[in-house]
Design a protein around this ligand. Structure first.
Ligand SMILES: Cc1cc2nc3c(=O)[nH]c(=O)nc-3n(C[C@H](O)[C@H](O)[C@H](O)COP(=O)(O)O)c2cc1C
Length: 381
């Protein structure tokens, strides 16, 4: 194995071999998505680390079953296995971090980026950015209480008038943080506008700990572009990895044959069923909807897949698709020739079918229902 690209204290992080320049490329923490099966697949393709979905510190301290399930991991994910936690209360954060260490985390990461009102509004997630001194106290206490590295993921500020990414990153470093990941947007921006890569570069200039850049990496080419622009040590990818874990091996979605998409869907579904039991089919729907983006006839197919009532019915649809795989690849190629845009890249970054648990609560009712159906229902009506 090649030498590590950087260390998170003593934890080595290796470059993603298939990616140009072997930049360490990392699946982002994503509520509702970065679970054990999907993380494992992304690691196989080249993701250099694992982050759990964010888990509430209160839920960890209460030993809530769902929280513990979200913190399950595969030994192969170690030592780069990071448990991401969030909460508003200093004492609870530190106690939950200690529990994570006892549960076998390789790293504990504090979420300081979640923008949804019922998280940031109560001082958790991006809400912490409004109180840098509190961030300092939390990292000081966590880094003293834990043997494993503690890290944090931030946005660049609460809003455009209060950008404090450099101040926050420095405070983190001064108080024992071993790495900072920066999503180049403010809390107010949510997922709109463009990620500010200059701000990520400013953080990289300001601290000695490793910096991971995040925001708007949609295609393989963007990985080297972000690295060159910011000097970041690693590149984190969220939305563009859903439906395209191949990005960690240096492939854009349109370079993947339909047959390979089907093969991976079967495997991912099987892993989901093993991890979640029958419910794994329902949880797989949101991934299925994304895997088929770019396949001709995706809209019809998506409906068939997300309404398939049983695993057998789902696999039958995939078998039907497989029979037409070569023809569909030819059609897709033809469509790409006719349209300059290689693949509707924005489809892979479209938030409309990516609502996470907490976003559901704040979305308009119609969207909320659609998102809820795609995520959780046995049938979309
Ligand atoms: C569905 C969804 C769920 C997310 N959940 C989390 C989370 O649990 N923790 C976190 O730090 N960021 C979370 N994020 C933010 C991403 O990690 C990332 O910062 C953001 O999407 C920007 O990266 P991208 O442009 O590659 O998508 C989530 C994003 C999405 C789209």
């Amino acid at each position: 194995m090649s030498s590590p690209a950087f260390y998170i204290r003593s934890v080595p992080v290796y470059g993603s071999p298939g990616v140009p320049g072997s930049v360490p490329t990392i699946l982002a923490p994503m509520d509702g998505y970065s679970d054990l099966p999907f993380r494992k697949l992304c690691r196989e393709y080249g993701s250099a680390m694992s982050y759990t979905e964010f888990v509430a510190v209160e839920a960890i301290l209460h030993g809530a079953k769902k929280a513990l399930k979200m913190l399950e991991f595969d030994p192969a994910e170690q030592p780069q296995m990071s448990f991401q936690i969030f909460g508003p209360n200093e004492h609870d954060i530190v106690e939950a971090a200690k529990r994570c260490e006892q549960m076998g985390a390789g790293i504990v990461d504090l979420n300081m980026g979640c923008s949804v009102p019922n998280v940031s509004g109560r001082g958790a997630g991006a809400g912490l950015l409004r109180d840098p001194a509190k961030i300092g106290r939390i990292f000081n206490a966590m880094s003293k209480a834990l043997r494993i590295p503690v890290t944090g993921k931030i946005r660049i500020g609460w809003d455009a008038r209060s950008l404090n990414h450099v101040q926050v990153a420095r405070i983190m470093e001064d108080n024992g943080a071993a790495l900072v990941a920066v999503h180049g947007r403010t809390k107010e921006q949510k997922y709109t506008g463009h990620a500010n890569w200059d701000a990520i570069a400013e953080v990289k200039q300001a601290v000695k700990i490793p910096v991971i850049g995040n925001g708007d990496v949609r295609r393989v080419e963007d990985i080297a572009r972000m690295r060159a622009h910011t000097g970041c040590d690693g590149v984190m990818i969220a939305r563009a990895a859903i439906g395209n874990p191949w990005i960690f091996s240096g492939k854009n979605r349109e370079q993947v044959l339909v047959r390979d998409v089907i093969g991976l869907m079967r495997r991912h579904l099987e892993m989901n069923l093993r991890h979640y039991g029958d419910y794994g089919l329902i949880l797989f729907r949101k991934y299925a909807a994304r895997y088929i983006i770019g396949v001709p006839g995706a809209a019809e197919l998506r409906h068939a897949l997300v309404t398939a009532p049983t695993v057998e019915a789902f696999l039958d649809h995939l078998a039907g698709l497989e029979e037409r795989a070569d023809e569909l690849d030819r059609q897709a190629l033809e469509l790409r020739r006719q349209h300059a845009d290689p693949l509707a890249v924005d489809d892979l970054n479209d938030m409309s079918c990516l609502e996470s648990r907490c976003d559901l609560a704040s979305a308009p009712v119609g969207e909320r229902q659609l998102a809820y159906d795609v995520h959780y229902r046995t049938a979309v009506v």
